[in-house]
Design a protein around this ligand. Sequence first.
Ligand code: PBG
Length: 324
Amino acid sequence: MNIPIRPRRNRKNPVIRGLSRETQLSPADFIYPLFLHDESSNDAIDSMPGCHRWSIDGLLGEISDAKALGIGAVVLFPAIADSLKNPKAVESHNPEGLVPRAIRAIKKTHPDITVITDVALDPYNSDGHDGIVARDGRIKNDKTIEILCSQAICQAQAGADIVAPSDMMDGRVAALRNALDTEGFKEGSIMSYTAKYASAFYGPFRGALDSAPKSGDKKTYQMDYANTREAIREAHLDEDEGADVLMVKPAGAYLDIIQRMRESTHLPIAAYQVSGEYLMIKSASAAGWLDEEKIVLETLTAIERAGADMTLTYFAKEAARLLG
Ligand code: PBG
């Protein structure tokens, strides 16, 4: 047959495929989310097989393992005792709280690890919402931001390198930037959960932290999954307000959003492969229905192919090992 143009020539062997590959995953792109609690045990999380609620000591050991695999950044999610939760989430900015103590321990043992903290009230709030709940059930935007600023300052004082607001209140990036600058943390970065959708993919995470909303849902602050333009509007706002990194969350079902955002900003873009995405792969693999190792690399590559520069993934260690 006369077919002068044969794209298969570029797929002919592994070397040529490697030379032609457009997207290269690297452990340097991964951010490893870690759960912690104020206990001395490391407990397996039923809703997320393979993940643990770490003690501070356990956390330090897990970070050593991750570091040996080339992972440089972690993001911390605390499980807070019910006795410390209240409607004003005061524990969120206790300098002796679990997260500040964990940050100090990490910075002492692993000074080269970049520590990212979640800025939101849901682990600390007896209502289980990311913001303060008014008597009529509404989420108070501006009051929440005051507390988020105290929380972020407390985390920065403990040594956090990047604060990551996941609450979706309006105007929080500008307020956090101002608070960090005023308190002397001009170098403190903000990774904003810019397009965080109201998603059923977060179910296992809320199980892990026992942080599900006690009433209602998160749809008055997290975005409607039917929308794209709204994500770009949020991206422009966050950029103007001083965010250093923009995030899309979840990742796998939102590749179009990652791509659109990539085209709309020059900032680095992060994507969060969330707990439900993790669990779908884990459970299908455990049943023998999918090849976990192949699916992990394929999904993470797809996320970066869409335009993400960095990916938060519970598979960080496994993927780094596979790439090594
Ligand atoms: C809460 C927060 C959530 C996640 C990260 N930060 C849950 C939520 O918004 O309800 C989800 C992460 C995951 O599912 O892996 N601020």
